[in-house]
Design a protein around this ligand. Structure first.
Ligand code: URA
Ligand code: SF4
Length: 208
């Protein structure tokens, strides 16, 4: 992403999300949460849906789970201004219930457009919901966490446990930290590969 038109299109998506009435979550949200970070980031993190803190501030992952995510980013020499962070669903489900099918469908185009315009090299799927939405047909997160998967769009997806789920569960927490440490070597490996002119040319999904 380096031209002004693309930046304008991404800004437009954020403005459209902020005033979106595309599903019933618009009735209960305080603030929609379009995403935040660097449009040129090589890594995009995608969570489930905003919680109470995010709804209050309009910023993704700004509560306890976000603090844990910030710590893991710091451990690999990154901070949130150098990545892009967003969610499958951009408005908070009441009482933090799971996002429903119709809400995910209604919100899907925003995420797809963000991915298409930003063209990240790695998409980190945080938790079951992001995995199910972004990696259709894959086994459950307990089987695929920490295993990078190149999709036909040429982007490498890394499924991780959700930081909120791992926060207070010792075993999961360590697994998440271990999986997270694969991110930097994975990016280095991708950056060493010869640049493909057209990202769509990967035909086969391959576990790497
Ligand atoms: N959990 C999520 O999935 N997303 C957020 O933005 C915050 C918590
Ligand atoms: Fe629109 Fe998505 Fe918010 Fe629903 S969750 S109102 S589709 S931005």
């Amino acid at each position: 992403m380096d031209d002004l038109t693309t930046k304008n299109e991404l800004d437009n998506i954020e403005q459209n999300v902020s005033k979106c009435f595309g599903c019933k979550l618009s009735k209960t949200r305080k603030n929609a949460v379009p995403g935040s970070g660097d449009y040129n980031a090589e890594i995009m993190f995608i969570g489930e849906a905003p919680g109470a803190n995010e709804d209050e501030k309009g910023i993704p992952f700004c509560g306890a789970a976000g603090k844990f995510l910030d710590e893991m980013l710091a451990s690999i020499g990154l901070d949130r201004s150098k990545v892009f962070i967003t969610n499958v669903v951009k408005c908070r489900p009441p009482e933090n219930r799971d996002p429903e099918y119709d809400e995910k469908v209604a919100c899907r185009q925003y995420l797809e457009d963000q991915i298409k315009l930003m063209k990240p090299k790695i998409i980190v799927c945080l938790g079951r919901h992001a995995c199910v939405s972004l990696l259709p047909g894959q086994p459950s997160i307990s089987k695929i966490h920490g295993k990078a998967l190149k999709r036909p769009n040429g982007i490498v997806y890394l499924p991780l446990y959700h930081p909120a789920a791992a926060l207070h569960n010792g075993g999961l927490r360590q697994t998440l930290i271990d999986d997270f440490s694969k991110l930097k070597p994975l990016l280095e490996k991708i950056n060493k590969e010869p640049q493909k002119k057209d990202k769509i040319e990967f035909k086969q999904e391959t576990l790497i």
